[in-house]
Write a protein that binds this ligand. Structure first.
Ligand SMILES: *Cc1c(COP(=O)(O)O)cnc(C)c1O
Length: 495
């Protein structure tokens, strides 16, 4: 047996972590209850382990992982801020953690009150009339929002509208959601000088296709971290053409308490509660992507919606015939909603504004700190994130954005988002978030400066990074498409 296998495999036949009383259900009863063909004929080939072996196995696995509790995590657009532990405490309260999604309303008054109030806070933060908490991710919110827009157009006899305008720097989920909703996406160019929407291109498309425009999807600030200065004019033009405005709220960490998508002219907005309202995310979940809508879209919302009667009792209010139907269980991804509610309540309105202001300040601080060694794609004042590029490093010594991202891991820091947005060559998209200390930001800047120096003097060191992590450079495509996550009895372990 290889040394790796000796280290990884644990246990021995018959070993146990607990002392169970002998089974007192007669075997004949089990055979009555479970049809014979469903009964296992042989013991499952599971490891038989003692408690210390289980504890060491999982603790070891957790130490091979990287999370925001381990170190700095400037993964642009993903808002990997610290998740306050009080959120976890609240989500773990038995009255929240142990309820069933289909429990009668009178037994779960507190849970319905929570979603009722959360809906109101989110409507206020975004400047919207009503909110549904059902969608379980940003992308799910996008799909739901586009379905509402579609139902709205159809109700007005305008079901032929089939184009959705999406800027060339948009998140990949935007065109994917448009396609899934049965729409065709049209790429909107961004302005080379400002990084915002190219207004001439927008006017051109609207002139050519006014009657076919269903919606425009924008995030503001955009994925370059720049606030769209022409937003009111964009809203006017798109509305005039009969289209709806969809706000990708993944970047709301820059605007809370400062401005509201509703005031900018948007009709639908999704929140990424797992990002902005700080619930643990990454690796695909869990999440919550509630959407808020203006008055004219309320009749199409999924239902039921939380409501309160005159006696102060909470209940589920059914929605009308125009509703697009349910997109998830009534209580949504409830654990995430409890965390987001706790986050909003513990910050309060002033606190949320302070969150956004600090996120903007931190991003500009890091941008300034890196600007001597790295080219900053748009040097303007940024919002909660900015995009640097390794173009200079690549030209001078062949060191790419990916190499720099990998080298950062050697210093116990996570990598920025790389090669996104697509319009920026060798992109390093950096979002420090508001939860980091000045010292952490200074350390990150110092590390990035050192890597720039290494790229000049010892590029091989950067190109072959990481050197100190548990696993080295993986085949990115294979690691994502064919991840080896399964333990199979008897199989040799590979990384
Ligand atoms: C994260 C993100 C999304 C998608 O959100 P998910 O919750 O991952 O589905 C959409 N748009 C932008 C700009 C994002 O950063």
């Amino acid at each position: 047996m290889s040394v790796e296998k000796l280290i990884f495999e644990k246990g021995a036949p018959g070993r146990r972590a607990s002392n169970m009383p002998a089974m007192d259900v007669p075997t004949e009863t089990i055979e009555d209850l479970v049809p014979a063909h469903l009964l296992r004929q042989e013991e499952a080939p599971l490891p038989e382990v003692s408690e210390i072996e289980v504890v060491r196995h999982y603790t070891h696995l957790s130490q091979r992982n990287f999370g925001v509790d381990t170190g700095f995590y400037p993964l642009g657009s993903c808002t990997m801020k610290y998740n306050p532990k009080v959120n976890e405490d609240m989500a773990g309260l038995p009255g929240f953690a142990h309820i069933h999604p289909l429990q009668p309303a009178e037994q779960v008054q507190g849970a319905i009150q929570l979603v009722y109030e959360l809906e109101q806070y989110l409507a206020e933060i975004a400047g919207m009339t009503r909110v549904t908490l059902q969608p379980s991710a940003g992308a799910h919110g996008e799909l739901t929002g586009l379905m509402l827009i579609k139902a709205y157009h159809q109700s007005r006899g305008e079901g032929h509208r089939h184009l959705v305008l999406i800027p060339d720097n948009a998140h990949g989920t935007n065109p994917a959601s448009a396609t899934l909703a049965g729409y065709k996406s049209v790429e909107l160019k961004s302005d080379k000088a400002t990084g915002g929407v190219d207004m001439d291109h927008l006017r051109q498309i609207l002139d050519a296709h006014a009657n076919d425009i269903a919606a425009i999807m924008l995030t503001n600030p955009n994925t370059l971290g720049l606030f769209e200065a022409n937003i009111l004019e964009i809203a006017r033009l798109v509305h005039e053409a009969g289209g709806q405005l969809y706000y990708d709220g993944a970047n709301a960490n820059a605007v809370m308490g400062i401005t509201r998508p509703g005031d900018m002219g948007f009709d639908v907005v999704h929140f990424n509660l797992h990002k902005t309202c700080s619930t643990p995310h990454g690796g695909g979940g869990p999440g919550a992507g509630p959407i808020g809508v203006k008055e004219h879209l309320v009749p199409f919302l999924p239902g039921p919606l939380p409501a309160k009667d005159e006696q102060g009792r909470y209940y589920w209010q059914e929605v009308g015939p125009q509703s697009i139907g349910k997109v998830r269980a009534n209580l949504g991804n409830f654990g995430v909603l409890v965390r987001a509610y706790t986050y909003i309540r513990s910050n309060g309105p002033d606190g949320l504004r302070h969150v956004s202001e600090s996120a903007i300040l931190n991003a500009n601080y890091v941008k300034h700190g890196l600007s001597e060694d790295y080219e900053i794609y748009y040097p303007h004042i940024c919002q909660h994130e900015f995009v640097a590029t390794a173009r200079r490093q690549k030209e001078e010594s062949g060191v790419t954005a990916m190499d720099i991202a990998k080298r950062l891991l050697d210093f116990g820091m996570y990598a920025p988002t790389t090669y996104f947005p697509l319009i920026v060559p060798e992109a390093l998209m950096i979002e420090p978030t508001e939860t980091e200390t000045r010292e952490t930001l200074d350390t990150f800047i110092a590390v990035m400066k050192q890597i720039a120096e290494e790229a000049r003097t010892n590029p091989e060191l950067v190109k072959t990074a990481p050197h100190t992590t548990v696993v080295g450079r993986l085949d990115q495509a294979l690691a994502a498409r064919k991840p080896n996550l399964r333990w199979t009895p008897g199989q040799e372990v590979t990384h």
